[in-house]
Design a protein around this ligand. Structure first.
Ligand SMILES: Nc1ncnc2c1ncn2[C@@H]1O[C@H](COP(=O)(O)OP(=O)(O)OP(=O)(O)O)[C@@H](O)[C@H]1O
Ligand SMILES: [Mg+2]
Length: 308
């Protein structure tokens, strides 16, 4: 009798206990699911809480897209003698993103790109490109690099130059021919195919340089001021092309001083004196600084950095 009574008394306590356990378990499972199917907001939240970005980015976001990091640097430093050109840079660029690196002359943008392209050895910190720690030449065939200073063989014709680049990347003759035709049409230089590179104008040399960087259909493109000296009409169509590449899953890291171009990037990183002082999509950066132009937004972030 007393045993039955005791059981009756214990029953509600047991029920409450079961309820607490279920809620706790449910919440844990929910958080776990959230962490494996991350929403963009949750990603930001976790990052702000100081969780490791690399861990977070290899997870999938809720839209089913893979936030796969293609470039990832951690406290990356480049010194020239006593001068620090790149200062503890943490940068992540995910697959299919057009990331614009912006900043004044001497901010360190080209130096970052040169390290990521295996052309300069970092002083300290580390950088991973396509999963390989730089410098690592094995990624070269998957990378397209258009340098800021056009470094073309002036004594070759446009056709010879493109053939030369195609061969460097081991493309078969037929593929080179096809790509050359396609790319010369794209940069509007078909008429100049048999002209010596030396005889082209500055803007045209830039266009050839871009075509050479694209010949092997790289999955990752580094474009260092690709539209300098290019006329506005072509500049516009180049950006349409970059967006089309992005749709195919190509990742682009680009530098520019044109703010209308910067607005077409998925994400922007503002650099100043070797440091990344702000990052976000163009709209976010304007909203954060309550400004109408990215120039003003940059000035605002610079001011905050000097006088926090
Ligand atoms: N090989 C080098 N030796 C010494 N200093 C260098 C070297 N390369 C770059 N620097 C210095 O590092 C700093 C960053 O240069 P970098 O070319 O990366 O700037 P940037 O942001 O690309 O500028 P810009 O917008 O003019 O292209 C500059 O002060 C530059 O003088
Ligand atoms: Mg530069």
């Amino acid at each position: 009798m007393s045993f039955t009574l005791q059981k009756k008394k214990l029953l509600p306590i047991f029920c409450v206990f079961i309820q607490i356990v279920s809620i706790t378990l449910g919440f844990t499972v929910f958080r776990l699911l959230q962490d494996t199917h991350l929403t963009a907001e949750r990603l930001i939240e976790l990052t702000e809480q100081g969780h490791d970005k690399g861990y977070i980015l290899v997870n999938q976001c809720s839209r089913g897209e893979k936030m796969e990091p293609i470039i990832q640097t951690s406290r990356l430093v480049k010194k020239f003698g006593n001068f620090t050109a790149v200062d503890e840079l943490d940068l992540t660029v995910v697959k299919g993103e057009i990331y614009g690196l912006l900043g004044p002359n001497g901010a360190g943008k080209t130096t970052v790109i040169r390290m990521l392209c295996n052309l300069l050895v970092p002083t300290s910190g580390e950088a991973f490109v396509l999963g390989k720690k730089v410098p690592d030449k094995s990624t070269a065939s998957s990378i397209g690099y258009m340098p800021q200073e056009t470094a073309l063989y002036l004594g070759l014709t446009v056709h010879q130059l493109m053939e030369f680049y195609g061969e460097i990347f081991g493309l078969p003759k037929d593929a080179i021919k096809e790509r050359e035709k396609e790319l010369l049409a794209f940069v509007d230089l078909e008429k100049w195919r048999d002209s010596l590179v030396a005889t082209l104008s500055g803007g045209m040399k830039h266009r050839v340089s871009l075509a050479c960087a694209l010949i092997h259909e790289p999955g990752l493109l580094f474009l260092d001021e690709p539209t300098v000296g290019v006329d506005p009409e072509l500049r516009f169509s180049l950006w349409d092309y970059f967006r089309a590449l992005k749709e195919k899953g190509v990742t682009v890291l680009i530098t520019t001083h044109y703010m209308d171009e910067a607005r077409r990037c998925d994400k922007i990183g503002f650099m100043r004196r070797g440091r990344l002082i702000a990052e976000g999509n163009p709209t976010e950066l304007l909203e954060k600084t309550k400004t109408d132009s990215l120039e003003d937004a940059f000035m605002e972030f610079s001011r905050k950095e000097v006088n926090p």
